[in-house]
Design a protein. Sequence first.
Length: 356
Amino acid sequence: MNKHIILLPGDGVGKEIMASAKHVLNATASEFGHSFTLQQQAIGGSAIDQYDTPLPEATIKACGEADAILLGAVGGEKWDSLPAAKRPEKGLLGIRKALGLFANLRPVKGFPSLLHASPLKEHIIDGSDILIIRELTGGLYFGTPSERRDHGNAVVDTLHYHRDEIERIVDKAFQSARLRHHHLTSVDKANVLESSRLWREVVDDKSKEYPDVAVEHLLVDAAAMKLITQPDQFDVMVTENMFGDILSDEASVLTGSLGMLPSASVRSDGVGLYEPVHGSAPDIAGKGVANPLGMILSVALMFRHSFQMETEAAAIERAVHECLAQGYYTADLDMKDGESVSTGQMTEAVVENLTV
Ligand code: GGG
């Protein structure tokens, strides 16, 4: 099967882990007899340097014509002094919005050989296995106005949601819960925010269409605590944009490292953008020590969600599992014994374990 994939390496470690993704893609193509057309485009800080914008028109056009998109990471100190509207992160938010990728799926799955790397291991039964679903194109990250006032001394951000935006993400969450353990936790701040009260209403209405799914509402502060004290209580979590951004980073400690978490940003027709949850990590960029597994597991999600190639997705996940079991680990995993491997060595280990 031939697929056209856009690569957006972005900034910092994004470039290093994109090289890992390419290596795994090429290995999967030759192992399973596929051919992929890979085309690189600019986004984020490196696009600002080259084209004076974090999201060039050519990138939007190429992504709009692709079967799927892989993204590394965006951001870095170099662009920190720019106003919010011109920062690298605007490129990432802009491409999600331009493509209508409203559902961000963040599976938090522990690998047994890494369990002792999690500071929360005694709370985890059989390794963690949670699917966090984050609304991705609404809420505070997109509401207008978002601006400074009173000569820079006052500021406004706007949290806006329309019922339709909540309905489609909540529907996706119910469908996902149906494919897993039939339990959905909806996270909000309904004791304070009007937007959360509408969110809760929509979840309760939608639940009538899914009588086989048990629904629980949690306030975001309680959810943050429960996530790390009783993680085995969760199956699928659904929440708005900013709460989902924060909770999924928090949940990464359950797996041992933020570097392990993949994500899929999808819309209803299967087109998707796949990226690790972590950012550009400027402190380690260029040193060849970044953990490529969040990126590689995002490639697996691309095979599963955009190409319906479950065998290929499972083969990549199995290869990651195998190389961790063989004792390969990058520095972020803090495994204490032995020597950590580089980004390139970890990628090579995954490729060597990749079999039909
Ligand atoms: N690969 C994820 C990444 O680059 N994250 C940096 C970032 O700007 N994150 C904000 C967000 O995911 O909404």
